[in-house]
Design a binder for this molecule. Structure first.
Ligand SMILES: [Ca+2]
Ligand SMILES: [Ca+2]
Length: 235
């Protein structure tokens, strides 16, 4: 009973420290009323390509059939300040991802009745391009569901890990580097152009999130606790 009482303050302190550990400061663009406060531009041309707020809490990307891999561009940071706005919070989060692991995810919703296609397409993809001053311009593609029954819709959450390195196309991860002089990313479309004449997707909840790391204080406390248990057992 006495030994139990002696342990209680440490248990209480441990509980307090664990509770006080900050959550990862993920950055999420929800597009509730606009296209992320302007950190977004319709991009890169091509017939029938556009990107705009969809009026329903998301961003609507539209493109002709076939390859249109860069429909919308988000400028996260640009040290030339010619392409605004900057977004310091997401730059910091990407730096945390490069140090601790993590990635980017976003929701893609496809409505059958918005598509114009002459035959059931064999494949339908969204495209994510990471573009950094040190990492270069590199593209990942990800298949999403395209229901073909009238009135149908489907939502897919697309996730790409972000790693520190010079970019490689289609290796399943997006790349930036800690020393990037600028960072942007692009979201676009790619599909079976022989079947699809016009394609649309709704993008929402673009989220950059680093993995949480234990607080140094918590690690010290855990080590101390383990040592205390060992000491008690030896007695
Ligand atoms: Ca939303
Ligand atoms: Ca890559």
């Amino acid at each position: 009973m006495v030994r139990l009482m002696k342990l209680q303050p440490w248990r209480l302190l441990a509980a307090l420290l664990m509770t006080a550990s900050p959550a990862a400061a993920a950055v999420t663009y929800t597009f509730d009323t606009d296209t992320a406060g302007g950190a977004f531009t319709s991009c890169c041309g091509g017939a029938g390509v556009s990107a705009a707020h969809d009026g329903a809490g998301g961003v609507l990307l539209t493109a002709g059939g076939g390859w249109s891999g860069q429909v919308a561009e988000w400028t996260l940071w640009d040290n030339s300040a010619t392409d605004t706005p900057s977004d310091a919070s997401v730059m910091a989060e990407i730096d945390a991802i490069l140090a601790n692991g993590g990635g980017v995810s976003f929701d893609v919703t496809v409505f059958t009745d918005e598509q114009v296609f002459s035959a059931a397409p064999g494949w339908f993809e969204v495209v994510f391009t990471s573009n950094g001053g040190g990492s270069g311009f590199h593209t990942e593609t990800n298949s999403v569901a395209l229901p073909t029954a009238p009135g149908g819709s489907a939502t897919t959450t697309v996730t790409f890990p972000i790693v520190n390195g010079v970019g490689v196309d289609n290796d399943g991860v997006a790349e930036y580097t800690p020393g990037d002089s600028y960072r942007t990313f692009f979201v676009g479309l790619n599909n079976d152009g022989a079947a699809v004449q016009t394609a649309t997707v709704h993008i929402d909840n673009i989220r950059f999130a680093a993995l949480p790391v234990p607080e140094p204080g918590t690690l010290c406390l855990l080590a101390f606790g383990a040592a205390a248990v060992t000491f008690r057992r030896r007695r």
